[in-house]
Design a protein around this ligand. Structure first.
Ligand code: SF4
Ligand code: SF4
Length: 440
């Protein structure tokens, strides 16, 4: 694609990067077929190619974001399906990141939209605030149908609908510091406690720690780490995102320089994609660029790391597991086979749903901010998963677990919970009602 930025515009490193990305696009449109919003809405401006044109036009003309641009960029899930499809290697992720920051800096959203976004940014990344909000949501749930009647208030209704029916229990098993291991120590890793997942389902990290300990991996939960920054990053609140990133880089750098780390383990693939991008996000910060790149290089999804441990093959179970690959797993981190191979090796029968490349509509805060499109994508995803007749659904991202779990009665667990069970752990609580068929 030809561009016509001026030399002065290109002095801005963000514009210079976007210009390079734009020039790679050859308008072929292959990406449209795999874009969930184009597939759902059928509008070229809701396809990657359409959004690329809108961003180019806005940046090249040095214009503030307008309502049209905001509408179509807001509808983008940042699922990165287009990146997997594009034959020209267009780095849409960093282009849309730049566009979101430009929108945040130049566009004044309607009051309610601003308030809802500020509320999400002030609550979701902080576990204690989020836990309180979930408790309050139980009292607000009866008002959700009323809120749905007013377009601007639909995000509030979506928030209430997504909140779990009962308040999540605090788990005391996950504490700061080093966790005990069994046998000879084979490695030392830090695990991200993060934010929303630690409140919604602390059992995921507990299962991870137990499983790793059984294979001799010492797990550290360093004091001071927190949200990876993805939630605010995808809302274009760049300074807040960079502050979260710097805080985590400081914490993990201390551990790396102290006793060393073999990996930084992440059990939510949405966070993994962002932490693997810290090196890029902080590349212009001389105090952090190098440290952030080191952290990104050590970041590893739990299934990536487990694949290096050569886990023993387990006896076959008669349990059908449909594996839902989160977009941040398959498109963001290009991890496609490892989770399924681990599950198969652990004795589960693994099935793939049709249209596995399409997003479930979760996408960070998307299911709150774009509830209608999100609901359509959820229904489509649930239909495809249920068609495979699974006993259980497995995935590697808490956002997908919440989204898909709110649309089906089939139990949904994190991949690592099944692996922990297969390698000597307790049956996941969510599967307590599930009768396993006789082993073959
Ligand atoms: S990130 Fe996903 S929703 Fe956004 S343009 Fe690409 S494929 Fe479409
Ligand atoms: S597939 Fe790639 S090159 Fe083709 S239109 Fe989409 S982004 Fe551009």
């Amino acid at each position: 694609m030809q561009t016509s930025f001026t030399p002065e515009q290109l002095e801005d490193p963000h514009v210079a990067e976007s210009e390079k990305i734009l020039r790679r696009c050859v308008h072929c449109g292959f990406c449209t077929a795999t874009c969930p919003t184009y597939v759902t809405l059928g509008n070229e401006l809701d396809s990657p190619r359409g959004r690329i044109y809108l961003i180019k036009d806005m940046l090249e003309n040095g214009r503030d974001a307008d309502e049209e641009v905001v509408t179509h960029i807001d509808r983008c899930l940042s699922c990165l399906s287009c990146v997997s499809t594009c034959p020209s290697g267009v780095d849409y992720m960093h282009l849309v990141d730049h566009a979101r920051v430009h929108i945040e800096n130049t566009y004044r959203r309607p009051l309610i939209d601003r308030l809802i976004r500020s509320l999400l940014a002030a609550v979701l990344p902080y576990p204690s605030r989020f836990r309180t909000a979930l408790t309050l949501a139980r009292f607000g749930r009866p008002f959700a149908p009323l809120l749905k009647q007013v377009k601007a208030l639909k995000p509030l209704a979506a928030m209430l609908d997504l909140a779990p029916q009962s308040a999540p229990v605090r788990q005391e098993t996950v504490m700061h510091g080093a966790q005990p291991i069994r046998g000879i120590r084979r490695g030392r890793v830090a695990i991200l406690s993060g934010c929303a997942q630690s409140v919604l389902d602390p059992g995921i990290n507990s299962a991870t720690i137990r499983l790793l300990a059984r294979f001799g991996i010492e797990v550290i939960l360093p004091e001071g780490e927190g949200c990876c920054g993805a939630l605010v990053h995808h809302m274009g609140r760049e300074e807040e995102a960079l502050d979260f990133a710097r805080r985590n880089v400081d914490v993990w750098t201390r551990e790396i320089d102290n006793k060393g780390l073999d990996a930084i383990i992440i059990t939510a693939s949405g966070c993994g994609t962002t932490i693997k991008d810290y090196g890029h996000m902080l590349r212009l910060d001389p105090a952090y660029a190098e440290k952030a790149a080191r952290v990104s290089a050590l970041a590893s999804d739990i299934t990536e790391y487990l694949s290096t441990l050569d886990l023993p093959r387990q006896e076959q179970r008669r349990l059908n597991v449909t594996y839902h690959s989160a977009c941040s797993m398959q498109h963001g981190q290009k991890i496609t086979m490892a989770p399924k191979l681990l599950l198969k090796n652990a004795g589960f029968t693994v099935r793939d749903p049709a249209e596995g490349h399409l997003c479930c509509g979760s996408a960070g805060t998307y299911n709150i901010l774009q509830p209608d499109i999100s609901a359509e994508l959820k229904a489509r995803k649930v239909r495809n998963i249920e068609a495979t007749k699974p006993d259980v659904i497995a995935t590697g991202n808490i956002g997908c677990m919440t989204q898909i779990g709110s649309g089906t009665a089939i139990p949904i667990v994190h991949t690592v919970e099944l692996l922990d069970w297969a390698y000597g752990g307790e049956k996941p609580g969510k599967l307590s009602a599930l009768k396993e068929k006789a082993t073959v």
